[in-house]
Design a protein around this ligand. Structure first.
Ligand code: FDA
Length: 305
């Protein structure tokens, strides 16, 4: 119920303005977002890489509404990738990209071309791109664009969301040699017709998908903070004889840093998803919807003012 209310708020421009201008917001944003500029992202990345963590950087923004805006986002990624290469932060660092920020909602071809340019820059910088997954109306289009990008850049990865009923089948399709798949639970409000609604059903789907990916030929990227799922993934990776270079764990910046360190200490590859930029509202609201404790953090920040 609370999750639905917060996710609905994540689409409200009125609430967005209220949150953005509230005095306590900065402290809350700082916990989950690296900063607003490319330099902020590079600084945070350097620190994480120094702690033996891999990184995937996300330039925040989604649902771009004009071609100019989409090209600006593309150029931001090109500058970021140049900066990463110059700073010697690749290949430990890759980038995550939302196709809706590149124009997918109004011009699929433009989004594909922009993504192609980003993949080319990533390849020149010695790293890869992972396509984030957004709401279910974009899944087919995102997977189609992924298939096209992989013709030129086979290392391009995609995200699959365990809450979608279709995802186990998508995992089978993508569990092939060279394919990089990030498996997450899913962060959007989706109807029952396409998505499991209870946490138990989503978790069971996650484990089924995990089995498909770990027993397949691709490179699974296990994106969750859930202790039970992480324990199951550690166990299944041993069962399927996966060595540490054949899969990785991924967690969000600011979420369970102790667990990030523990997994890395245990010899796993751990990648931190690091967002930066000024357009943080939708991202922040999805994080708050995921976990009541994050809301308590928000409340504490308000109270301390
Ligand atoms: P969930 O939120 O259900 O939490 C399960 C348990 O984990 C909790 O009960 C608690 O024990 C523990 N936990 C969670 N947060 C904690 C915290 N802050 N402190 C302590 N314990 C905590 N979604 C999407 O739709 N498209 C995408 O492209 C991506 N990309 C993506 C990349 C990466 C690297 C990650 C980690 C996640 C995404 N997501 C995503 C978000 C994802 O779909 C999901 O919403 C969040 O990861 C939350 O789900 P969890 O699996 O972490 O479990």
């Amino acid at each position: 119920m609370l999750r639905s209310v917060i996710l609905a708020a994540s689409r409200s421009t009125r609430i967005e303005r209220l949150v953005e201008t509230a005095p306590f917001t900065r402290d809350v944003v700082r916990r989950f977002v690296a900063g607003t500029t490319t330099d902020d992202a590079l600084r945070a990345t350097r620190q994480l890489v120094g702690d033996r963590l891999a990184v995937s950087i996300d330039h925040l923004g989604e649902d771009t509404v004009s071609g100019d805006q989409a090209v600006t986002v593309r150029d931001e990624y090109l500058a970021l990738l140049g900066g990463l290469a110059e700073a010697g932060l690749t290949p430990a660092t890759e980038v995550s990209v939302k196709l809706s920020a590149l124009g997918q909602k109004f011009d699929e071809r433009l989004a594909r071309d922009n993504a192609h340019a980003i993949c080319a820059a990533a390849s020149a910088a010695g790293t890869t791109v992972t396509l984030d997954m957004e709401d279910h109306t974009t899944t087919d289009s995102t997977l189609d664009i992924l298939a096209e990008l992989r013709k030129d850049f086979p290392g391009t990865g995609a995200v699959l969301q365990a809450y979608l009923r279709r995802t186990e089948a998508d995992c089978r399709e993508l569990a092939t040699a060279g394919s990089r798949v990030r498996l997450c639970k899913g962060a959007y409000k989706e109807p029952e017709s396409v998505a499991y609604q209870s946490a138990r059903e989503v978790d069971k789907s996650y484990v089924r998908c995990l089995n498909v990916l770990l027993s397949g030929q691709g490179y699974p990227m296990i994106a969750t903070h859930d202790p039970r799922l992480i324990a199951i993934a550690e166990d299944r990776s041993r069962w399927f004889d996966r060595t540490p270079d054949q899969f990785e764990f991924q967690l969000l910046y600011g979420v369970r840093p102790d667990e990030q360190a523990r997994l890395a200490e245990a010899g796993h590859t751990v990648r931190v998803y690091l967002p930066y930029g000024t357009d943080w509202y939708g991202y922040l609201m999805r994080r708050l919807a995921e976990r009541p404790a994050n809301l308590a953090f928000f409340a504490r920040a308000v109270a301390s003012r």
